[in-house]
Design a protein around this ligand. Structure first.
Ligand SMILES: NC(=O)c1ccc[n+]([C@@H]2O[C@H](COP(=O)([O-])OP(=O)(O)OC[C@H]3O[C@@H](n4cnc5c(N)ncnc54)[C@H](OP(=O)(O)O)[C@@H]3O)[C@@H](O)[C@H]2O)c1
Length: 328
């Protein structure tokens, strides 16, 4: 196989760098399945990893990218054969094992999900870890009793990759979605995706009482920090919060009162470690009842060379939706 292009993240005298380089197959981390990458996508974690702002990469150099879709070239595992269309996300992909910002990927067969019917390789990459996280959050909150008639569902960090997909999914399921964003110029876009109401973070009255008026039956939080604390204080009786993000900080301070006086449940979402049966179930839903109706509006294509600049904008909260990286 000829050398191919990859985005390699390195540590150069204590500084993290990310450059497009030519790589040979033998240089990739080992695995049973080799696939020709069609698309990858950009997640917040990729931006943290490639800039060194987050200590994500376990050892350098490492090809980044925590998700990819493509077509199998060869497989030493009987579950996959040449020509199969596949998805690879999570586990050590792009962290402790070379990842998806590469025209060819080599991965353990245990990490590979067959592309479900109903999704193209582009759709699956547009969803990627973000879509999977959104779907997992919806699935886990439903298991805890979330239903459209319970009340409003708040989505925080609304213009982000995971959040836009949550909005699209919940709106299609019949929820009254309230989007909370820091970007006043994007209110129309969020309504187009299905938000019934859009709140501006700059105008938010957060209050200081341990329990404020109960407003939300469900909440999906990309942001963490004091925003998550505010959510705990403004949930209705038996409200459900999916906490999956830290774009605004990792620490938050609240009291036990929302939990012991309102039965609020704070549900952690970890897309990286889901067991394969649940992972396949969620991907099946992403291809059917949770399939976002606005993938074409949410996703836009970029190239491998565009990635470093895109990471910078992402970390400043300046992007909207999902960037899909075209690799072949
Ligand atoms: N738990 C998991 O398994 C899992 C999986 C995927 C992602 N995540 C996490 O989920 C979060 C969202 O990921 P993503 O890929 O959707 O990222 P993203 O596209 O960059 O979205 C993050 C959004 O958060 C909002 N935000 C609020 N305060 C911010 C701040 N101080 N800096 C930057 N953004 C801020 C912005 O939206 P508005 O301006 O509209 O508020 C921004 O668009 C990240 O923390 C990521 O690490 C977790």
């Amino acid at each position: 196989m000829n050398p191919f292009k990859s985005l390699r993240i390195a540590d150069e005298n204590g500084k993290t760098t990310a450059r497009v380089v030519e790589v040979a197959l033998a240089e990739l981390s080992p695995g049973e399945v080799v696939f020709q990458t069609a698309y990858s996508s950009v997640n917040y974690k990729d931006a943290l990893a490639a800039t060194g702002i987050g200590k994500i990469i376990r050892n350098f150099p490492r090809i980044g990218g925590i998700d990819a879709t493509g077509t199998v070239i060869s497989s030493a595992d009987a579950r996959f054969k040449a020509g199969d269309e596949v998805i690879c996300t999570s586990y050590e992909f792009g962290v402790g094992h070379d990842g998806g910002f590469s025209q060819v990927c080599r991965v353990p067969a245990d990490w590979v999900v067959p592309l479900p019917k109903g999704l193209t390789l582009f759709d699956a990459a547009a969803l990627g870890v973000a879509g999977y996280t959104a779907g997992l959050a919806v699935e886990l909150l439903e298991l805890n009793g979330m239903a459209p008639n319970n009340g409003k569902a708040l989505v925080n960090g609304a213009t982000g990759g995971v959040a836009t997909l949550v909005i699209d999914m919940l709106a299609a399921l019949g929820y009254h979605v309230v989007a909370l964003t820091g970007k006043d110029a994007e209110h129309g876009y969020l309504q187009q995706l299905g938000a019934k109401e859009v709140l501006s973070r700059q105008k938010l009255e957060m209050g200081t009482r341990p329990l404020e008026k109960g407003l939300w039956a469900a909440a999906f939080d990309s942001v963490g920090g004091e925003q998550l604390a505010w959510l705990t204080r403004t949930m209705q009786q038996d409200g459900l919060i999916a906490s999956f993000g830290n774009a605004g900080g990792i620490e938050f301070k609240t009291t036990v009162l929302p939990f012991i006086l309102r039965g609020v449940r704070l549900i952690g979402i970890d897309s990286g470690a889901t067991p394969m049966p649940l992972r396949r179930k969620v991907w099946g839903r992403l291809a059917s009842d949770l399939k976002p109706r606005h993938i074409g509006d949410i996703a836009h294509i970029i190239n491998l060379e565009d990635l470093p600049a895109y990471f910078e904008r992402m970390l400043k909260g300046q992007i909207r939706g999902r960037a899909v990286v075209k690799l072949s």
